[in-house]
Design a protein around this ligand. Sequence first.
Ligand code: ZN
Length: 157
Amino acid sequence: MASRKVFKLGEGVLRKKSKPVVDFDENLWQLLDDMKETMYKNDGMGLAAPQVGVLRRIVVMDVNNQYYELINPEIISQEGEDIDTEGCLSVGKFKDKVRRPYKVTVRAVDRYNYPIEITGEKYFARCTCHELDHLDGILFVDKSEHGKEFLNKREGK
Ligand code: ZN
């Protein structure tokens, strides 16, 4: 395993749409292991492949001391509403409140292309939504309460 560089806000790769994983081979497993190490090393709750510069639909998360690997994930149902604070390894120190569903069910496959379906509440739902947004080039500051001000300030507007 090796920790990889985390790309930061302003780098183009974070704004692109990721493609589905088609090859479930050693390259994928290496990437997953590296993403896991990178997430833990940076004290993250989740990490999406574009954050390490790979435009594939892959997410790793650690919520309530449970480690998850989600490949080609899709939210198939969501319920309720929850507003809480988020941060992101690609954004840095800025943290802000984001409205998310309270409960989601996500369908994905694991590293062996075996189908999985997980339903979770609160932080699981929040983290899943945050990480899946990365796969479509969306960052939490695009949706957060003071995100616009933050982005404008960064760009000197
Ligand atoms: Zn993030």
